[in-house]
Ligand binder design. Structure first.
Ligand code: ASP
Length: 418
């Protein structure tokens, strides 16, 4: 049985067990799940611990073996261009869905008044969430100390340093270059072996992770929150299975059904871990082994994507902003909606590939459209359903990264996978 099928069974069985515990009122089952939960956490840690060695080794080997720095520049341009365009498309889809469903508009007017009054009261207690400025976000890409960036799990500065270092290695005398590349090739291969071991545990880990989440949050959803969650899910499905499928067909020239079948493992692991960065080793393995993409492309496009490309997150931020505006009765005209396209694209780039990162940078979007006063109460409102939405949006984020890798690989002249 293929691993993705086993993971799917784990997901289904986990959800069913969680629901059983929640609906059946089985306290002992919830207690058992809480006891087993560390197993899921152990799985996430086991994959996460390989991220730094894998990203550094694989990106370094990738850039050092490109041979031609112009190729690196060209690939960088295409990758960033693709990421920006697909993210903007995702936000637009989010806005369209939120306008069509209007998830926050069905709320009882009384409740709305009460919520709005509460928000006004809380303006004084300024939100504790800091908003990073665009200038700082750009400067932070250059690390002061690459080892500290690695220790703090800051992938973007680490990627920056590794690409510069790899470009320098590519210009060394052949025997020096060979020594560096051979060493990092070994680091890379050992990391891949570890992932293979850890993935054997995936079906059991996702079972526990999901059962625990469903048992805890399953029913604590209010009606309008449920409609909001369904709106985000609808937008994500339309983007993940519609827009991206179209791009896979047109830009990467692949059959979308084959593409989705082959990559299934990566979004499934993303779904259960809620972290693009933690999923990265699986995403890279999927690109190389299942899609047959060249290492020089996947090792560059995917680590970058895990940190800056988040279609799902951007789409979710658009819907969340519209929802909060609708709940509080704040109208958002066309100009404000265009601002959402711009800021949600930036905010999703600024979000790290870790659980709940998207809800933090949502502050940028809310402030940009004049919802500063609603930041605290608005976020508190949607927090209850955020974990489930985080799982869904992370799966779309990773699918977007893989579609870009397939596109760049095709446009760089690599043969399409059979
Ligand atoms: N969890 C998401 C990711 O890792 C980021 C977010 O939207 O919170 O891709």
């Amino acid at each position: 049985m293929p691993l993705s099928t086993k993971i799917l069974i784990g997901l289904g069985a986990g959800t069913a067990t969680g629901l059983l515990a929640k609906l059946g009122g089985f306290d002992w089952l919830e207690a058992a799940l809480a006891f087993l939960e560390p197993l899921g956490t152990a799985f996430i840690r086991l994959i996460t611990m390989v991220v730094i060695p894998l990203v550094v080794a694989s990106l370094l080997v990738g850039t050092a073996s490109l041979g031609d720095l112009r190729k690196l520049g060209r690939m960088g341009g295409k990758t960033i261009g693709y990421y920006l365009v697909t993210t903007a498309l995702a936000v637009t889809m989010g806005i369209a869905v939120a306008n069509a469903v209007r998830p926050g508009a069905r709320i009882d007017p009384d409740t709305r008044d009460r919520l709005a009054a509460e928000a006004r009261l809380r303006v004084g207690e300024a939100p504790a969430i800091a908003q990073p400025s665009v200038k700082d976000m750009l400067l932070d890409v250059i690390p002061r100390n690459p080892l500290k960036a690695a220790a703090d799990f800051e992938l973007l500065p680490l990627i920056f340093f590794t690409v510069v270092f790899g470009a320098a290695v590519s210009l060394l005398q052949p025997e020096r270059k060979r020594a560096v590349v051979t060493f990092f090739q070994g680091v890379n291969d050992a990391s891949v072996t570890i992932i293979g071991w850890v993935m054997q545990l995936a079906p059991y880990a996702v079972f526990v992770l999901l059962a625990a989440v469903v048992a805890r949050f399953g029913l604590d959803l209010l009606r309008s929150l449920l409609i909001y969650a369904a709106t985000v899910a609808l937008g994500l499905a339309l983007h993940g299975l519609g827009t991206l499928a179209l791009l896979v067909r047109l830009a990467a020239r692949l059959n979308p059904v084959t593409f989705y079948r082959r990559i299934a493992e990566a979004p499934l692991v993303a779904f259960s871990t809620s972290s693009s960065s933690a999923t990265l080793p699986v995403t890279m393995e999927t690109a190389e082994r299942r899609l047959g993409l060249p290492r020089s492309v996947s090792s560059f496009v995917l680590p970058l994507g895990a940190t800056i490309n988040m279609d799902g997150t951007a789409l979710y931020q658009a819907v969340a902003t519209m929802f909060i505006a609708q709940i509080y009765g704040v109208p958002l005209d066309l100009g404000a909606q265009l601002t959402i396209v711009l800021t949600a694209t930036l905010a999703s780039i600024g979000a790290a590939g870790v659980p709940s990162a998207g809800i933090i940078t949502l502050v940028i979007v809310l402030n940009a459209v004049g919802l500063g006063a609603q930041v605290g109460p608005g976020i508190a409102l949607i927090l209850g359903v955020d974990r489930i939405l985080d799982m869904l949006r992370t799966a779309v984020n990773v699918t977007g990264d893989l579609s870009c890798a397939a596109f760049v690989s095709r446009s760089e002249g690599s043969p399409a996978p059979a």
